[in-house]
Write a new protein. Structure first.
Length: 150
């Protein structure tokens, strides 16, 4: 695997800003001609630095403006229990992100719903029903101050 240089990092930054940028424009911004830029992009994809291209969707316009973070503590943290939880959490569409945490709880979830009532339903009927869930604690977002995805 080739170590990334400043041009590779520039390519990655530009693509994170605008994944639909043309190769010609990208090459111009990073100081390359089109063909070497394409070669570098292909290498970055093949080596797994670029894992895909996607559209960023305004979730608020879709009516999904309620964001809550839920701390989840499991009753069992054996490999089997963690695998069961990891598989089950992936089935809940309202869970945007799930991170295993080193600390006083086991997982931190980012949950996006239409409103508090819908969040209560997701928490009570789906998240709390997951394998080995012992306890949850919720933090409701009052204002989204910084989000790299927007």
């Amino acid at each position: 695997m080739v170590e990334l240089d400043r041009i590779d990092h520039s390519i990655l930054r530009e693509l994170q800003k605008n994944g639909r940028i043309t190769v010609t424009e990208l090459a111009s911004r990073v100081g390359l001609s089109k063909t070497p830029c394409q070669v570098r992009m292909r290498r970055l994809e093949e080596q797994g630095y670029i894992t895909g291209y996607t559209a960023l969707v305004n979730q608020t316009k879709l009516g999904l403006s309620h964001i809550a973070f839920a701390q989840v503590t499991l009753s069992d943290t054996s490999s089997k229990a963690l695998a069961a939880f990891n598989h089950a959490i992936s089935q809940i569409s309202a869970v945007e992100q799930c991170h295993m945490i080193a600390g006083n709880f086991d997982y931190l979830l980012k949950v996006r719903t239409r409103n508090m009532a819908e969040y209560r339903q997701v928490l009570g009927e789906q998240i709390n029903a997951l394998p080995h869930v012992l306890q949850t604690s919720t933090f409701v977002v009052m204002e989204n101050v910084k989000d790299k995805g927007l």
